[in-house]
Ligand binder design. Structure first.
Ligand code: GAP
Length: 441
């Protein structure tokens, strides 16, 4: 198997319209990316897969879409104003900026190679500041949220009062978060604007001991369902120096990205810290009255916090493959699970003429009711298959002269490249079945 490098992924993403640098015609902007036609579909599919897993398949999880802009007291209460910092150093020679915890401070500058050139580390707050209203002074200062989780905490009481949920229950949210990251290399892995998929599980103090391992197991299993190779995922438990002071325990799910093992998702046992802080700063009661035994308490929280945009990079990296074909040419293929592939079915007439083009066009319109489809009638059929392989389309349907006679088509499977003849009347069912039973070849 060919080596998967980040450069290959970046180049495929640009070539095929998955992801481009933001505002590229003006030279781009550090840590900001645009998701093109295929990228946005892939991202939405991963988001929907997660949303379904959390709010539909699991019991007792409700959704939320909180505002990105929040009262700035939220971030004082959560500790972000005082503590959400990274240590930063500059090279005095070339002025490149680094996170002090990511380089050898006694070594040479990774950018210009000069030794002993670093400034003393100073703490840098990662929150983006902006202003609300016409004046730009301290009273109008607000922040772009650096995580979606706080929206869930501050709405906890509103959800309890309006949704008849009973503890234990969860609130799930997907949305944009912003961090003024000092180092943004590695493509979309660490960007300044990104998306998170977070779920806070509220439970009775003490029962977190049971829910924490439960959610760890569930979250790892989720990636198996998404088609990610499980031997490319592992756990990393936070040591005492990594663990936030309020956290009881924390594990990261790491993925083997092209640049090495890196965090994909965090599962955190956060105790009653956040709700207690919001009770303190807002003066509002954040306790829960348990109807079972009339006890009143501030719930404990188990958090599952995944990066959606980081999931996109994982899905691309895990799917990417280059295969040497018997004729010696290279097939680039993305082995996406069919549930997240940006295009599910391509419909390809063998040739445009003799009514095959029209027939295929009509069939593609019918399949649109069930799948994301793509119609392509230009070029040799082999080349069209390769174009679909390169964007990870799991099924190609070919309309040929026999189709006009017997209403059957050729269904080609991306991974095995095997083809079989299928009556059009069975096609939708066949594709649903193959998607349900999919395992990567
Ligand atoms: N509420 C907890 C929280 O935000 P985190 O470990 O800071 O925890 C959770 O972030 C996840 O969000 C990470 O595992 C990662 O996938 C994603 N993430 C964090 N910062 C990111 C960034 N700058 N760019 C892309 N994804 C990021």
């Amino acid at each position: 198997m060919a080596e998967v490098t980040l450069d290959k992924i970046v180049s495929l993403c640009k070539r095929r319209g998955f992801i481009f640098p933001s505002s590229e015609i003006y030279g781009g902007l550090n840590g900001a990316y645009d998701y093109g036609p295929l990228g946005v579909q892939l991202k939405n599919n991963i988001r929907d897969f997660w949303w379904k897993e959390m709010t539909q398949i699991h019991d007792d999880i409700v959704g939320l879409d909180a505002s990105i802009l929040m009262n700035s007291k939220v971030w004082e209460a959560s500790g972000h104003v005082n503590n959400f910092t990274d240590p930063m150093v500059d090279c005095k020679v070339c002025h490149a900026r680094f996170r002090a915890d990511q380089i050898d401070l006694n070594g040479a500058c990774p950018n210009c190679g000069n030794k002993d050139s670093f400034t003393a580390p100073r703490n840098f707050n990662l929150m983006f500041v902006t202003h609300i209203g016409p004046t730009s002074d301290a009273s109008s200062q607000i922040y772009l949220r650096p995580e979606t989780a706080q929206g869930i905490y501050v709405d906890f009481k509103s959800v309890v009062q309006s949704s008849r949920v009973k503890i234990p229950f969860g609130i799930a949210q997907v949305g944009k978060s912003f961090r003024n990251e000092i180092t943004t290399k590695n493509f979309i892995f660490r960007s300044c604007e990104f998306e998170q998929m977070e779920m806070q599980w509220f439970c009775k103090p003490g029962t977190d001991e049971k829910w924490f391992p439960y959610w760890r197991e569930q979250r790892m299993a989720f990636y198996g369902k998404m088609g990610i190779r499980l031997d490319h995922l592992r756990w990393h438990q936070h040591g005492p120096e990594e663990l936030a002071f309020y956290a009881k325990d924390a594990y990261d799910i790491q993925f083997l990205f092209p640049m090495g093992w890196q965090e994909l998702e965090g599962v955190h046992s956060r105790t009653d810290y956040d709700l207690t802080q919001h009770q303190k700063f807002s003066g509002k009661d954040m306790t829960y009255l348990d109807p079972e035994d009339n006890s009143r308490f501030i719930p404990y929280v188990v958090e599952t916090s995944a990066g959606l945009t980081r999931n996109v990079l994982m899905a691309l990296s895990d799917a990417y493959d280059e295969q040497v074909m018997p004729e010696g040419d290279i097939r680039t293929v993305l082995h996406f699970h069919p549930s997240i592939a940006p295009v599910t079915v391509a419909v390809l007439p063998l040739v445009k003429k003799d009514g095959l083009g029209e027939f295929a066009d009509k069939l593609e319109h019918e399949l649109r009711q069930d799948f994301v489809t793509f119609f392509d009638q230009n070029g040799a059929i082999g080349r069209r298959y390769r174009r679909m392989d390169e964007i990870g389309t799991p099924y190609c349907v070919t309309v040929d002269y026999d189709t006009l006679k017997d209403n059957t088509v050729t269904l080609r499977y991306r991974d095995s490249m095997q083809q079989k003849r299928v009556p059009i009347s069975n096609l939708t069912e066949e594709i649903h079945k193959a998607t349900k039973e999919y395992t990567r070849v």
